[in-house]
Ligand binder design. Structure first.
Ligand code: ZN
Length: 207
């Protein structure tokens, strides 16, 4: 299904920080859009496997629960204590049914979201943490991915990319260990199997 994102989301003055502080709804304003949303699309979230739901007016929601073939969403500002927004929405779990119903009006304007940056950030995150590509330089990853996402590159610098990939690589490093036995246990985990080819189990006395 084709969506003209450019018509729905203002693209100028777009700046997304690369962290959890991207939300800046400003002061609560009750002159917010009055029309009810009807459709939605998804955008990659900040975390690698997360998804943000965005209605056709530009409001963002996170998934809460799924029940009876419906997915219940909450406004992103439900996490924001200072600017709490009670709005919720329902979509079908069948993504081909592209309808969204919102229950309560938002008490803030839609956030400014740079969708190309969201996609670029996601593809950099995947490229930077995929097993087998962990030794690729971040510069190499950035250069590759901005070719695929040239629009995202306008607002996502190499430095932002670098700090993101470093942080993600640090998170995915195995925990530190005290004994060979512990190391062996950790290396036997599925996610670490690429490191484990040279370690014997049980560990040899002559290791
Ligand atoms: Zn809201």
């Amino acid at each position: 299904m084709y969506h003209n994102y450019a018509l729905q989301i203002p693209q100028e003055d777009v700046q997304l920080s690369d962290g959890d502080d991207e939300i800046d709804a400003g002061p609560v304003n009750f002159n917010v859009p009055q029309q009810a949303p009807e459709t939605y699309f998804t955008v990659p979230g900040i975390c690698l496997n997360s998804l943000v739901y965005m209605d056709n007016i530009g409001y963002k929601y996170y998934k809460n629960i799924s029940r009876n073939n419906k997915m219940y969403l909450v406004c992103e500002n439900q996490k924001n204590k200072a600017e709490f927004c009670p709005s919720t929405a329902i979509v079908s779990v069948d993504i081909n049914e592209n309808w969204l119903r919102s229950n309560i009006r938002h008490n803030h304007f839609p956030p400014i979201v740079d969708i190309p940056v969201a996609h670029l950030r996601r593809s950099i995150g995947i490229a930077g943490t995929t097993t087998g590509r962990l030794s690729n330089s971040i510069r190499h990853i950035y250069n590759n991915e901005i070719v695929e996402n040239p629009d995202g590159a306008k607002n996502y610098t190499f430095l932002q990319c670098q700090s993101r990939v470093r942080r993600m690589r640090q998170c995915s490093r195995p925990q530190s260990v005290d004994t060979i036995e512990e190391l062996s246990n950790i290396l036997s985990l599925e996610q670490n199997k690429s490191y484990s080819s040279t370690l014997q189990r049980p560990p040899s006395r002559f290791f």
